[in-house]
Design a protein around this ligand. Structure first.
Ligand SMILES: [Zn+2]
Ligand SMILES: [Zn+2]
Ligand SMILES: [Zn+2]
Ligand SMILES: [Zn+2]
Length: 299
């Protein structure tokens, strides 16, 4: 291992010039090593990686005209169709003359070798991902932020930090939730949000939206993307027969798939909610007693 490290060091020194001491700026540029050689960090104008015609990001296959204008894989075909109509043959809209298109393998190679930081770098994702895989990574990056549901609060952060924020900044008291067993929650009439923290630290938000015909209760899993594991949920609310006169009443709802939301754009009442009529509330306090059970669904 030591010999290997020494060999790598020698290679770096040779590249920097024999006998020269790498200065701090140059040393800072050397980020790591890939199988092909030393990796360096660069910044680049994003326009350099866009199709010269449609401005879409260039991804292989990439084409170039005879004069070197680089185009995405869609544009040469579109230009050919226009050229057919105008009887110009194959032409380049930038050169304004007929041309031949060929693959721009130089840029394809460059793009294949390129890694970029994840969009969620400021939220703790330190991954450098292949330029072509950037969107795919970000669509499932666990560091993507979730949003504070309180009115007029712009806080956003990964789910674990959101939990801290809700407790410290808004004084929320999360309730621990064990899966596959019912939990009884007393719900004040004007309590809009109840935060439940699962055994695996997943966050669930029980939302209570007051409507003219009752309270709409819904559960959402607060996480940046729809991902594994999945959860199902049962919610029920009942009014007892404490006075011995009235019949007990129960409303019940089973949601086979609790939807996930980063809460970007606020809390949305989805398709699954339980409408609890006002009669089910405690007459003096207006409090509802809700039973909730969340199960982990086997993948
Ligand atoms: Zn294009
Ligand atoms: Zn051209
Ligand atoms: Zn990421
Ligand atoms: Zn907040």
């Amino acid at each position: 291992m030591a010999e290997e490290a020494a060999a790598k060091r020698t290679k770096t020194e040779m590249e920097l010039g024999e006998g020269s001491e790498p200065d701090a700026a140059e040393a800072a540029q050397v980020e790591g090593e890939s199988p092909g050689g030393v990796e360096i960090t660069v910044k680049i104008d994003s326009k350099a990686l866009q199709c010269r015609i449609c401005s879409e990001p260039l991804k292989p296959p990439i084409f170039k005209c005879g004069a070197g204008h680089v185009l995405c894989c869609q544009c040469p075909e579109k230009l050919r169709e226009v050229g057919d109509v105008l009887r110009l043959g194959t032409f380049c809209a930038l050169c304004c003359k007929s041309t031949r298109y060929s693959r721009c393998v130089e840029l394809e190679w460059f793009i294949d070798a390129m890694k970029v930081p994840c969009l969620n770098q400021s939220y703790g994702c330190n991954e450098f991902v292949s330029y072509q895989q950037k969107e795919k990574h970000e669509s499932s990056c666990a560091h993507a932020p979730c949003y504070c549901p309180e009115d007029d609060c712009a806080f956003k952060a990964p789910a674990c930090c959101l939990l801290d924020h809700l407790v410290t900044a808004h004084g929320w008291s999360p309730t621990n939730l064990g899966y596959n067993k019912p939990l009884k929650i007393p719900l004040a009439r004007d309590c809009r949000f109840t935060l439940l923290v699962g055994e695996d630290m997943s966050l669930f938000l029980l939302t209570n939206t007051l409507t003219s015909i009752g309270s709409a209760l819904a559960v959402v899993c607060v996480r940046p993307h729809e991902s594994e594991p999945s959860y199902s949920c049962n919610i029920s609310a009942a009014h007892g027969v404490a006075d011995g006169k009235s019949e007990g009443r129960l409303v019940f709802q089973k949601n086979p798939h609790v939807s996930s939301s980063s809460l970007e754009g606020g809390v949305q009442l989805g398709n699954f909610f339980l409408l609890v009529p006002p009669e089910l509330a405690e007459s003096s306090s207006g409090e509802l007693t809700v039973h909730i059970r969340i199960d982990r669904v086997a993948p």
